[in-house]
Design a protein around this ligand. Structure first.
Ligand code: IMP
Length: 202
């Protein structure tokens, strides 16, 4: 495999994924870079992270005829029945942005347990092979007020266990090493290495 496409239009996710995959000897490009004017956002109609990740990866792989990965991810707060979860991006949009969302979550979490996790599902789709799925979870807790300027989304209010700093206070390298996305992509990299070994012994 010489080239792999990332089926996302989220620039932060693309940057993180390119960084994590950089040790591989593979050219990593976004779907927008490949499809240019033909690129269209994909409506996330699935009811699980797996369904949405598969939908995005398979749609772009069919269009580009190239191996494609897609990430579907979300922020799950235990005391809120794992909300906003699958709807994390849409929830923040409906509240008018992340600052409003943090205020609303602080109110909803008054006197409640703060356990939370980030979940990431990576789907790997190819034109000639069944789609593979890789999952990563990063456990921690919600912390108010927000802290830090790095990263994106819910990063300023999430403290991963054992770190004492929010995701937004970590460097890009520190976040990618322990994050849900980093862990799922680590499994994906292991899978590629095993597959390559098998090909070579054929
Ligand atoms: P998706 O594009 O449907 O997968 O939406 C993912 C959404 O989950 C993002 O827009 C963020 O709101 C949230 N999210 C996922 N991963 C992260 C992360 O690493 N940091 C902060 N927020 C994240």
């Amino acid at each position: 495999m010489k080239k792999i496409v990332i089926a996302s239009s989220n620039e932060h996710k693309i940057l993180e994924m390119k960084k994590i995959l950089s040790p591989l000897n593979i050219k990593v490009v976004s779907a927008k870079e490949v499809l240019k004017k033909e690129y269209e956002d994909i409506e996330e109609t699935g009811t699980t992270f797996i369904e949405n990740a598969k939908l995005k990866a398979e749609t772009i792989s069919q269009k580009t005829k190239l191996p494609t990965i897609a990430d579907d991810s979300g922020f799950c707060i235990k005391a809120l029945n794992n909300e906003p979860g699958l709807y994390s991006a849409r929830y923040a949009e409906a509240q008018g942005g992340y600052d409003n969302t943090f205020n609303i979550l602080e109110e909803r979490l008054k006197d409640k347990d703060r356990d939370a996790s980030f979940v990431c599902v990576i789907a790997f789709a190819r034109p000639d092979k069944p789609t593979e799925i890789f999952e990563g979870i990063c456990n921690g807790f919600v912390n108010f007020p927000k802290r830090g300027d790095n990263g994106f989304g819910y990063d300023p209010i999430f403290v991963p266990n054992g770190m004492g700093r929010t995701f937004a206070e970590l460097s890009d390298d520190e976040k990618c090493e322990i994050s849900h996305r980093g862990l799922a992509l680590e499994k994906f990299i292991e899978y590629l290495k095993k597959e390559e070994e098998q090909e070579q012994t054929k």
